[in-house]
Design a protein around this ligand. Structure first.
Ligand code: S3P
Length: 442
């Protein structure tokens, strides 16, 4: 959580050009610290995301007795304590803004012999947790919260866990991962089935750390009673961070950008399919396999876009990309319809509402629906928007400003540091006009 409020003023810069990497993948960085902490031996993580969310996870494991060194920027050396080596923390474990930290940790801590309390910032404290509490209780965990469904979460240790078969009502990698991580400590087998396949980093990385996992798109199964073996992890660039640059280069005439070593797992790259269906020019080069999924260099050139009816099958594969997708749609010719995306209402902010309100403030014709929105493409004009403290809303409107005559004031952007530290300096170097502003009042 960022204590100091920050605002931006963004405006159209020049055509984007450059050749750059993006910060490490957030999902993989969280999991790398968690699994390395529980492994036998020392693991080195390169490309670790130096963001507030992932630092919170590292701090939580330090508070439970795990030595984590940071010998250089973006490197962590984790001295694993083994599956049963965590120690009771002295106080509440602060997950900051991170739903991933809280939900994955709730599963992992359910199997410990000691009590824990997981808390977070104002945004995280509004987010639904029953989706993990219910299956964890079915496994025998004692997990509670004051209002029954929102943080802080109190987990009483010392309960024996039993494996379950869980048919998840939501397509959520966080829910799946919470159940699988509890499954490490459970008697017997644990199996999760999903309504739509979600990112499988927990499954892949458990396997890479030597724990047998049986998985396919939409299902994962493991059994307790194994050990995790330390290993080195190379974290790819975060596709969700690259997404802002991909859309910006697509929208600004004359742009040509190369993004190096970006994770392009198909469960993350739905935005590429959506943008290509709208007419975008995005090419993959040097596709290669990594321990955490495929990576590639991406070449993006300006292209005029047209609106689409977004296939619902793509929603889970671009779940974090809707803020910037909405900007692409607002700058496209014609109508874009999003349906089947009600999950967006329970992210770091209500992203359907945040985008509809912000785009309307810039003169766009947008209609909110319960599970999506209808966006009429057109011209955007200068105005003021509020990110509602949501990192991805803030960055999406910085991209929108690249298509506006005049200035876009963006309020409450400090949380960009949760996932994309250095965003402002990087986008300036690529062509954006974006400055810190004195706080916007009113
Ligand atoms: C994440 C899963 C997604 C995503 C989040 C990271 C993960 O959340 O939105 O940014 O690392 O597992 P849900 O599982 O709630 O969809």
């Amino acid at each position: 959580m960022s204590a100091v409020r920050e605002d931006w003023v963004a405006a159209r810069g020049r055509a984007l050009s450059g050749d750059t990497g993006v910060p490490g993948d957030k999902s993989i960085s969280h999991r790398a610290v968690m699994l390395a902490a529980l492994a036998d031996g020392v693991s080195r993580i390169d490309g670790f995301l130096e963001g507030e969310d992932t630092r919170a996870t590292a701090a939580i494991f330090r508070a439970m007795g795990v030595r984590i060194d940071a010998p250089s920027e973006s490197t962590r050396v984790v001295h694993g304590v083994g599956l049963d080596g965590l120690r009771a923390p002295a106080s509440l474990l602060d997950c900051g803004n991170s739903g991933t930290a809280m939900r994955l940790l709730s599963g992992l801590l359910a199997g410990q012999p000691f009590d824990t309390v997981l808390g977070g910032d104002a945004s995280l404290s509004r987010r639904p947790m029953l989706r993990v509490m219910a299956p964890l209780r079915a496994m025998g965990a004692a997990i509670d919260s004051d209002d029954g469904e929102r943080p802080p979460l109190r987990i009483a240790g010392g309960h024996r866990l039993q494996g379950i078969r869980f048919d998840s009502p939501v397509a959520s990698a966080q829910v799946k991962s919470a159940v699988l991580l509890a499954g490490l400590y459970a008697e017997g087998g644990t199996e999760v089935h999903e309504p739509h396949p979600t990112r499988d980093y927990t499954e892949r990385m458990l396997s890479a750390f030597g724990w047998p996992v049986d998985y396919a798109p939409g299902m994962a199964r493991l059994a307790g009673g194994h050990r995790l073996r330390a290993r080195d992890i190379e974290v790819p660039g975060d596709f969700s961070s690259a997404a802002f640059l991909i859309v910006a280069a697509t929208l600004v005439p004359g742009s040509s950008l190369v993004l190096r070593s970006v994770g392009v797992d198909p469960r993350r790259t739905g935005l590429l399919d959506a943008l290509r269906a709208m007419g975008a020019d995005i090419r993959e080069r040097e596709r290669r396999a990594g321990a955490c999924g495929p990576l590639a260099d991406l070449e993006v050139r300006y292209a005029p876009l047209h609106g689409i009816a977004l296939p619902e099958a793509l929603v889970a594969d671009m779940i974090d990309e809707f803020p910037v997708f909405a900007i692409a749609a607002a700058c496209a010719q014609g109508t874009t319809r999003v349906t089947g995306a009600a999950e967006l209402r329970v992210k770091e902010s209500d992203r359907i509402h945040a985008m509809a309100t912000g785009l309307a403030a810039l003169g766009a014709d947008v209609r909110e629906t319960p599970d999506g929105m209808v966006i009429e493409g057109g011209r955007l004009r200068a105005g003021r928007v509020d990110s509602l403290g949501d990192h991805r809303i803030a960055m999406a409107f910085a991209v929108a400003a690249q298509r506006v005559e005049g200035e876009v004031a963006i309020a409450d952007v400090a949380n960009v540091a949760t996932s994309f530290p250095g965003f402002d300096a990087l986008v300036r170097s690529l062509g954006f006009a974006l400055e810190r502003a004195p706080p916007i009042s009113g």
